[in-house]
Design a protein around this ligand. Sequence first.
Ligand SMILES: Nc1ncnc2c1ncn2[C@@H]1O[C@H](COP(=O)(O)OP(=O)(O)O)[C@@H](O)[C@H]1O
Ligand SMILES: CC(=O)N[C@@H](CCC(=O)OP(=O)(O)O)C(=O)O
Length: 291
Amino acid sequence: MRLTTAQTKAGALIEALPWLTRFHGATVVIKYGGNAMIDDALKSGFAEDIVFLHHAGLRPVVVHGGGPQISSALDRLGIESTFTAGLRVTTPEAMQVVRMVLTGQVNRDIVGLVNRHGPFAVGMSGEDARLFTAVRKHAVVDGEPVDIGQVGEIVKVDPGAVGALIDNGRIPIVSSVARGDDGEIYNVNADTAAAALAVALEAHKLIVLTDVEGLYANWPDDSEVIDLLTADELATLMPTLSSGMVPKMEACLTAVKGGVPQAHVLDGRVPHSLLLEIFTNEGIGTMVMPG
Ligand SMILES: Nc1ncnc2c1ncn2[C@@H]1O[C@H](COP(=O)(O)OP(=O)(O)O)[C@@H](O)[C@H]1O
Ligand SMILES: CC(=O)N[C@@H](CCC(=O)OP(=O)(O)O)C(=O)O
């Protein structure tokens, strides 16, 4: 029997039923960033997905980065961007730009896109209500600690304000800037910040959107995506990973070891990848599970 278009659509909705049941009330922390955040149509689609999750009874929280946007702002100001071990070397001057771009620009853009659909999104910085407290982080290169400026390592998360917003029917949108008890502000990698928040909120899932299909088994060869791996398998792989995948997979590992049952890396270039991952039987991207 040939299915009509309407029947195919009904089939897709019914496929979502067990997942709607399973994830009703679940807190999902979504890291949105970088290169998945450049295209306008994808950005609008991302906002729709977040609102869809909200209406479907999940509790979405967005933590965002904005590395490419920071780099172009620094470039316009004639400030050079350098990275050590995947982290931006952040001078006090660069830190002002990081804060301005992440909290003042990227955060506002995402809040605006979500709020096209209703009064849901509330933007926050990790500095607000002491959400993220950080200390100065040193990168390690060839076994030696290297000063990378005002880059922060999160040592404490107070998720109270985020929880209160969710309980109030809002969708928190959080920039990855942290405060220190020393009075400094710190630039935190957004993957790392998302993992720390997922653990503190006891989230059911951490989803990291990026600009590749998932973790490739033999990078730079992109013919095989690892669809599932345990935390132990990932820990073994960690020393072999490079560039932007290091903080991403480290974030998945931290989340799962911290009690989050599932952490995913998904292709943010695929329209509605969030919905495909959460509400279809196949799932997509790379999933990390405990064990
Ligand atoms: N094993 C791997 N699998 C997939 N991507 C990898 C791998 N190793 C390194 N990469 C690189 O990591 C990049 C993702 O990190 P990054 O550019 O920091 O992402 P984002 O901008 O989404 O935060 C990919 O575009 C790819 O170039
Ligand atoms: C310390 C550090 O490197 N911070 C990042 C923060 C933004 C970020 O993580 O953005 P993406 O997720 O878009 O890469 C940076 O300055 O680029």
